[in-house]
Design a protein around this ligand. Structure first.
Ligand code: HEM
Length: 216
């Protein structure tokens, strides 16, 4: 398994697999299938996959610890960038087909419709993460600052889930399912952080001994 995950072919295969959702969105148009509401079809497809890729990215660290597969880390950056890629498609659909580049209308939407405000926030938060995802940026920022910045992915995922929850009128099962997943992943990370801090505190604790009086 370790060898399989470390192979460059596996990485290439995962890359192709991540393009599958895009193909599934484009395919019905290529085949001229009847789609009752094409705009909604693309908006929902790209929105769903943005959220799924955010969850996949967040799941990498817990999975590599649970399954003892450190090689899984090789896929985290790619999955995160695919989340950003689908978010860009999602936003572009809204910008081009829904709002016809009318920036005033978009601003009104962001201001007046809470579910758009949160989707927009989730999207904006992903931009610095995508830009600083390279090894060069990790060096420039330093590991600690880079890790702190990249915790914003949790805020983005939470905003994405609420965005979804607020836009569905009654079918809340799916957004609640994502809320559960993001909640579990968040609790895992907080628990892990807490345990690490405790371990460090214990390791740093100097054993208290009574001073030896040599004159006695
Ligand atoms: C990380 C960012 C985002 C995530 C995770 C996300 C996620 C989603 C999801 C899951 C859906 C519903 C899909 C379904 O019903 O199957 C959706 C729909 C939608 N999203 Fe987003 N979204 C994000 C950003 C945005 C942004 C930036 C905008 C626009 C400014 C936006 C506008 C919309 C619209 C207009 C819909 C369709 C609403 C409707 O059908 O009435 N989203 N999004």
């Amino acid at each position: 398994m370790h060898k399989f995950l470390a192979s460059k072919w596996t990485k290439a295969a995962v890359f192709l697999l991540c393009l599958g959702p895009l193909a599934s969105i484009i395919w019905p148009f290529v085949r001229h299938y009847t789609i009752p509401d094409p705009l909604q079809f693309i908006q929902h497809g790209t929105g769903d996959w943005t959220l799924r890729f955010l969850v996949f990215t967040l799941a990498v660290t817990p999975l590599r610890q649970l399954l003892r597969l450190p090689e899984l880390i090789r896929f985290r950056r790619m999955l995160g960038l695919f989340a950003f890629f689908y978010a860009c498609l999602h936003f572009t659909t809204y910008l081009v087909f829904d709002k016809l580049f009318d920036l005033h209308e978009i601003w009104k939407d962001v201001y007046k419709r809470p579910f758009i405000t949160l989707g927009f926030t989730a999207f904006l938060l992903l931009i610095p993460l995508a830009i600083t995802s390279t090894a060069g940026w990790i060096r420039r920022l330093g590991g600690r600052r880079w890790r702190i910045l990249h915790r914003a992915i949790y805020i983005s995922a939470v905003c994405g889930v609420i965005h979804y929850y607020w836009l569905v009128k009654s079918a809340v099962i799916r957004p609640l399912f994502y809320a559960g997943l993001v909640g579990i992943l968040l609790v895992w990370r907080v628990g892990e952080w807490f345990l690490r801090r405790r371990r460090t505190a214990l390791a740093n604790a100097v054993p208290q001994r009574a001073p030896i009086n040599v004159s006695q």
